[in-house]
Design a protein around this ligand. Structure first.
Ligand SMILES: Cc1ncc(COP(=O)(O)O)c(C=O)c1O
Length: 395
């Protein structure tokens, strides 16, 4: 069967490919340490699980409104007000099947064939594919390592054409962990306002910020920028709820209405039980969120120092999320490989450590290591990488 043109150029996720290879090696009896994970290694907090069980027992197992339960929207609105002093109406919120689905639905409703979306590199793997699936054209702007992987207003300005529809800002970033400051966002925002470009602000790692760094949403800067921005967020990372699949979008009523109409013909609604669990996640104690954040911060500070001691690795210290994104070009060369992709493959085959090559994130000289795994395993993995380098360099 000939598949549709739409999917012919789909690139499968590199993150999932490395995870599959690591699993294969594990199944064959190898002691592989996987640092590819894009999800917290903690259980979903018990009170959230209890709320889901209660919801099922109370019969909340039926369709819900396509845009999400009114009570859940109310909790999300409360969260926006309390955390970011942003005011939204229920008609400005849609609850989706994860933040990924919120983004997918958004691109489907805003893009026509040939419309351009500016994607700063390094980027989260799904952005370009989602844009292309909606008929859009990704336009890459390189976030330089020497500028903490962030794009400048000049770079943004020069990427704009008549077809530019939107720009994606992902702060804290997957894969770099970098956070845009308020001043940086204000400067980028000014250009977006001038050219009437929609800002897609992916804030899924909002709660995971370290060493005193603060997350600011571009929508907080001015009422004009709030109007120009669709915020994407969810509970996957903050509440360790990746499998529950709840995320949401907030912003312009018309866009949200179109997204809701589209969802009514695709998902109908996010799982009712997961929506009730998310009500508990937001209305209950946030202590577990902070406990997870502290555990990540501790790991980052230990593992970062060890990583930069390894020959050939240099790394801008991440400020948020749960990834390290070192430049490994020199390490690959020192170990005798042509490029970082080959180096990553050898590291998995020989040292049994699975990390993700940066090529999938639009940064082929870098690698992504997730620290969403125990400190013990992280230290063991770093030791293996170190030994691998020593062996290769002493040949
Ligand atoms: C930057 C970014 N945005 C969105 C998502 C999707 O989150 P969700 O699990 O809520 O779909 C992820 C997950 O890896 C991510 O890293």
């Amino acid at each position: 069967m000939k598949l549709a043109k739409r999917v012919a150029s789909l690139t499968p996720s590199t993150t999932l490919a490395i995870t599959a290879k690591a699993k294969e090696l594990k199944a064959a009896g190898h002691d592989v340490i996987g640092l590819g994970a894009g999800e917290p290694d903690f259980n979903t907090p018990q009170h959230i699980i209890d709320a889901a069980v209660k919801a099922m027992n109370e019969g909340h197992t039926k369709y819900t409104p396509s845009g999400g339960l009114a009570d859940l929207k109310a909790e999300i609105i409360k969260k926006f007000k309390e955390d970011q002093n942003l005011g939204y109406e229920p008609s400005e919120i849609i609850v989706c099947v994860g933040a990924k689905h919120a983004l997918y639905t958004l691109f489907q409703v805003i893009l026509d064939e040939g419309d351009e979306v500016i994607i700063p590199t390094p980027y989260w793997v799904s952005y370009p594919e989602q844009v292309k699936l909606a008929g859009g054209v990704p336009v890459y702007v390189e976030g330089l390592e020497e500028n903490e992987f962030k794009i400048t207003p000049e770079q943004l300005q020069s990427a704009i054409t008549e077809r530019t529809k939107a720009v994606i800002i992902n702060s804290p970033s997957n894969p770099t962990g970098m956070i845009y400051t308020k001043e940086e966002l204000a400067a980028l925002g000014e250009i977006c306002l001038k050219h009437d470009i929609l800002i897609v602000s992916d804030e899924i790692y909002e709660k995971l910020v370290y060493d005193g760094h603060k997350h600011v949403s571009i929508a907080q800067i001015s009422p004009e920028l709030k109007e120009q921005t669709i915020i994407i967020n969810g509970v996957s990372k903050s509440h360790s709820m990746t499998g529950w699949r709840i995320g949401y979008a907030a912003g312009n009523k018309e866009i949200i209405r179109a997204m809701t109409d589209l969802a009514s013909h695709s998902t109908s609604n996010p799982t009712s039980i997961a929506q009730y669990a998310t009500i508990a996640a937001y209305s209950g104690s946030q202590e577990t969120v902070e406990e997870m954040r502290q555990a990540f911060e501790q790991r980052l500070n230990i593992i970062y120092e060890k990583l930069i001691q390894i020959p050939g690795f240099s790394c801008v210290k991440p400020q948020g999320a749960f990834y390290l994104f070192p430049n490994a070009k020199e390490a690959a060369a020192l170990a005798g490989y042509h490029n970082v992709d080959e180096f990553v493959a050898a590291l998995l085959e020989e040292a049994k450590v699975a990390i993700v090559p940066g090529s999938g994130f639009g940064a082929p000289d870098n690698v992504r290591l997730s620290y969403a795994t125990s400190l013990e395993l992280l230290e063991k993995a770093i030791e293996r990488i170190k030994q691998f380098m020593e062996q290769k360099m002493n040949r």
